[in-house]
Design a protein around this ligand. Structure first.
Ligand SMILES: Cc1cc2nc3c(=O)[nH]c(=O)nc-3n(C[C@H](O)[C@H](O)[C@H](O)COP(=O)(O)OP(=O)(O)OC[C@H]3O[C@@H](n4cnc5c(N)ncnc54)[C@H](O)[C@@H]3O)c2cc1C
Length: 380
């Protein structure tokens, strides 16, 4: 008879895996967690000091219930750990009224009764003077429930709580392959093989290397920090809150100020047009001017008052799916394997809700929020 090493295992302890581990351990499940690096590291997707939280999940109308549940669970995680992870600063979504960012936010807010306030371009430029060059036909949508999450701290906190609840965590341990067998799964490392009844694979950009057949593409995603020319406080969080701003050419500028008003985090996305596919196993994350020159060239006309060269650049990864939505569930209904990935660059605020959903799937509990639209089988 097979001896099982544990009831379940989580492979990949980024934001999604760490919260799944926390939820399952807290429910008393005998569980293992594997992370190829150290939890809170900077080679995956869950790093860079801050992530925007919004209730208005503009990427899909059905994301809003998941965002709401995630908000409750971020508080639960904070309370359990006595650690502050979420800073409710409010957030600004700017762009054409019928566009993806401002328009999408308004739609989600109206459909789900989320409080927002709108600014005309003129009022926006007055209230938030660092946002210059906002054309007259664009608007600003202020979402008071938005804010900033601390990604590295969140990952470490969830892993620590999981360990306190009994999870056995193996850092610096790469699972080289996942092999479904009768009644369970073999997880191979370079040194040994571990046997569990079921596995949750939350390996971010590496997910497709462990669970083949999912249409995932990993891309390189730089994060850039710029310093203000003058220490005049106009880049403090209050005057320059966390934002996403759609430009007329439909590229999206995003970022936020800081409490001290220095090292302002900014990024520029073009819906993947120029994002470079990467092999996530190539751990070379060295920076080239291609990583920041477009953004640096865009800033003087849109957000003036910053030094022309970035103070810091970090390279991160995102994982794309053909329809831009996450992949969460049991591929082919397999009772031994659950996957969660395809973050498409908007997965952080949902991490706690996704962790809980993964725990519910593993335990055969009914879903608390709609998840069918995220099924891994929807592409067949
Ligand atoms: C630049 C940037 C900005 C972003 N901004 C936002 C934002 O403002 N708001 C937002 O909602 N989202 C944002 N996102 C997206 C968000 O950060 C991600 O959706 C989220 O962090 C995904 O977490 P994850 O756990 O799926 O992946 P990861 O954090 O990458 O975790 C996967 C983990 O699996 C581990 N792993 C992989 N293979 C193995 C293996 N074989 N064995 C063991 N362990 C393994 C990896 O080491 C890694 O730790 C942003 C992403 C980037 C890159």
């Amino acid at each position: 008879m097979t001896q099982w090493d544990a009831e379940a295992a989580v492979v990949g302890l980024g934001a999604w895996g760490a919260t799944a581990l926390w939820k399952l351990a807290a429910r008393g499940v005998d569980i293992l967690g594997f992370e190829r690096f150290t939890p809170g590291h900077s080679l995956g997707s869950s790093h860079g000091g801050s992530r925007m939280f919004r209730l208005t999940g503009l990427e899909h109308p059905q994301l809003v219930p998941l965002a709401r549940r995630s908000g409750e669970l971020w508080s639960e995680l904070e309370d359990a750990a006595q650690e502050r992870l979420f800073f409710p600063t409010g957030g600004l979504l700017i762009g054409p009224e019928n566009g993806h960012i401002a328009g999408g936010t308004l739609r989600a807010a109206h459909e789900h009764g989320i409080e927002v306030r709108t600014y005309t371009a003129r009022a926006l430029r007055f209230q938030y003077p660092r946002h210059t060059g906002v054309p007259g036909h664009h608007i600003g949508v202020w979402e008071p429930s938005a804010g900033i999450l601390r990604p590295e701290r969140a990952v470490r906190t969830a892993v620590t709580l999981a360990q306190r609840a009994g999870a056995r965590v193996y850092a610096d341990t790469r699972i080289t392959s996942v092999e479904p067998v009768t009644g369970g799964v073999l997880l191979h490392t370079a040194q040994r093989t571990v046997r569990v009844r079921q596995v949750i694979v939350t390996a971010g950009s590496w997910l497709a290397t462990l669970v083949p057949g999912l249409p995932l593409e990993s891309v390189r995603m730089p994060i850039t920090w710029f310093r203000p020319l003058e220490p005049d406080g106009t880049f403090n969080l209050e005057s320059f809150p966390v934002f996403m701003r759609e430009l007329d050419d439909s590229r999206v500028l995003w970022g936020s100020g800081t409490e001290g008003g220095h090292d302002i985090k900014l990024g520029l996305e073009d819906r993947g047009v120029t994002a470079k596919p990467i092999d996530p196993d190539d751990s070379d994350r060295s920076v080239t001017p291609d990583d920041w020159s477009d953004l640096a060239g865009t800033l003087p006309a849109k957000i003036p008052g910053l030094e022309t060269l970035p103070a810091r650049v970090a390279v991160s990864t995102q994982t794309r799916t053909p329809d831009g939505q996450f992949v969460i569930g049991r591929p082919g209904g397999d009772p031994r394997v659950i996957v969660a990935g395809g973050d498409n660059g908007h997965g952080f605020p949902y991490a706690t809700g996704i962790g809980e959903a993964l725990a519910d799937i593993a335990q055969g509990r009914p879903a608390r929020v709609p998840l069918d639209f995220l099924s891994p089988d929807r592409f067949h």
